[in-house]
Design a protein around this ligand. Structure first.
Ligand SMILES: Cc1cc2nc3c(=O)[nH]c(=O)nc-3n(C[C@H](O)[C@H](O)[C@H](O)COP(=O)(O)OP(=O)(O)OC[C@H]3O[C@@H](n4cnc5c(N)ncnc54)[C@H](O)[C@@H]3O)c2cc1C
Length: 385
């Protein structure tokens, strides 16, 4: 067993760490305060190659493996979960799906634009009445000459207001249940496609989240992603990649909490000495450290399996479940180490605490990850109708 990162992986990690510290950290606080989706920073991420890390170079990506991609995402997640969400959605959910299921024409048309950041993409699976029960899509696709007309609504769609292309999942034949689903590559400038910002979120203030309505939105046959009837498989395979990316970002939150808490505990004095000298404070630091290391190793294992194209849905769910719960826990504990100072955004723990919370919800809640793990353990699918 070899836990050593290669020279290239170490270099990529150090570069991502420096980029995060120099370009992301300070803007993260300002963008969160202003509730601003920072398109300029997204362009910088793209210029670094961080929007298409796992896409082959012939399509404009960086051609990296998943472990290395995870190292980048961890660093960006340490800096700003809003920007990490952009990376996860664009790279894993959108590019990853086109890479796996797209035709040669679709890959050539979309991937270079997405990797360069020229276009943004969004992933439209969740609906007002279909969240965890993702197979139960209400959005309808009706057959017309040469293509399809989409009608319905999507909810909680990251990047939905800024995306040029939307992956929209829809039901082509309700009688077929999840075997009637299809995934469509939708041009968002089409008439009938309307996105609206969802306001007043608890966290991720610098991330764009949209509700989308679709009224007779036309999609040509050439823009069906994968086969009609296999949309559910497209969605589930996309979520494997997306969950790994979210988990890596959560490791970044944990690591950020650890570093900030150590730094604060060493310089803050009470009772005439640094609070780091108190055993109860050291207990908090060590508990954050243990969870951070455990989460990172689970992410690395899942990435390692994926790079070898071995089955890893369960291991990805384990990593996502553990890392997201750890991020929430570590952010809470780090805030405790900071005392009252942690309750305002002078320190990043305030933002980590709010931003971490969504990670146990999106890309499948913790309960859904537990059911995926439980299915692997028992052979019984609690999610089956
Ligand atoms: C900021 C943000 C960004 C998002 N971005 C995207 C995006 O880009 N694209 C996208 O498609 N979606 C996105 N989502 C949606 C997200 O994936 C869903 O919120 C999530 O899947 C849960 O669905 P729901 O909110 O409808 O909750 P529900 O499914 O209604 O779940 C409510 C509660 O019931 C539990 N529950 C449900 N079913 C079961 C069961 N069978 N067994 C046990 N417990 C169960 C859940 O775990 C949860 O605790 C985003 C959400 C947020 C908040």
């Amino acid at each position: 067993m070899d836990f050593e990162l290669s020279d290239e992986q170490q270099l990529v990690r150090e570069t991502a760490r420096a980029f995060t510290d120099n370009e992301i950290v300070e803007r993260a606080r300002q963008n969160a305060r202003a509730k601003r989706f920072d398109r300029e920073l997204v362009t910088k991420l793209a210029a670094q190659g961080y929007l298409g890390s796992i896409v082959p170079q012939r399509y404009g990506g960086a051609g990296l493996d998943h472990v290395t991609y995870g190292l980048i995402v961890e660093q960006i997640g340490r800096g700003d979960s809003a920007m990490r969400t952009v990376v996860s959605v664009q790279t894993s959910l959108v590019c990853g799906s086109i890479l796996r299921w797209g035709t040669d024409e679709q890959k050539a048309r979309y991937l270079p634009q997405l990797c360069s950041g020229e276009w943004l993409g969004c992933f439209g699976l969740t609906e007002p009445d279909s969240g965890s029960d993702a197979a139960n899509q209400r959005t309808r696709a009706r057959r017309v000459d040469g293509g399809w007309l989409l009608d319905g609504a999507k909810m909680w769609i990251s990047l939905g207001n800024h995306a040029q292309v939307a992956l929209i999942f829809a039901q082509t034949d309700p009688e077929l249940g999840h075997r009637g689903l299809a995934c469509f590559l939708v041009d968002t400038s089409q008439p009938g496609f309307r996105a609206q910002e969802i306001e007043h979120k608890m966290g991720l203030h610098a991330s764009d989240t949209a509700s989308i309505s679709l009224e007779e939105v036309y999609v040509a046959d050439a823009d069906v992603l994968g086969e009609v009837g296999r949309g559910f498989r497209v969605a589930m395979s996309a979520l494997d990649g997306g969950r790994l990316s979210v988990a890596a970002g959560c490791v970044g939150i944990c690591q950020g909490c650890l570093e900030a808490s150590i730094g604060y505990a060493q310089q803050r004095e009470q009772f005439g000495r640094p609070i780091a000298s108190f055993q109860l404070v050291q207990a908090m630091l060590s508990d954050i450290k243990v969870r951070t290391d455990a989460a990172r190793l689970l992410v690395w294992r899942a990435g390692w399996l994926r790079d070898r194209e071995r089955p890893c849905t369960t291991e990805i769910s384990i990593a996502k479940l553990y890392a997201s719960e750890a991020a929430v826990w570590c952010a809470n504990e780090a805030l405790q180490v900071h005392g009252g100072a942690g309750y305002v955004d002078d320190h990043p723990v305030e933002r980590w605490f709010r931003d971490a919370r969504v990670t146990t919800l999106y890309e499948g809640t913790s309960q859904i990850q537990q059911l995926i793990i439980g299915r692997a353990l028992t052979g019984i699918d609690a999610l089956a109708p």
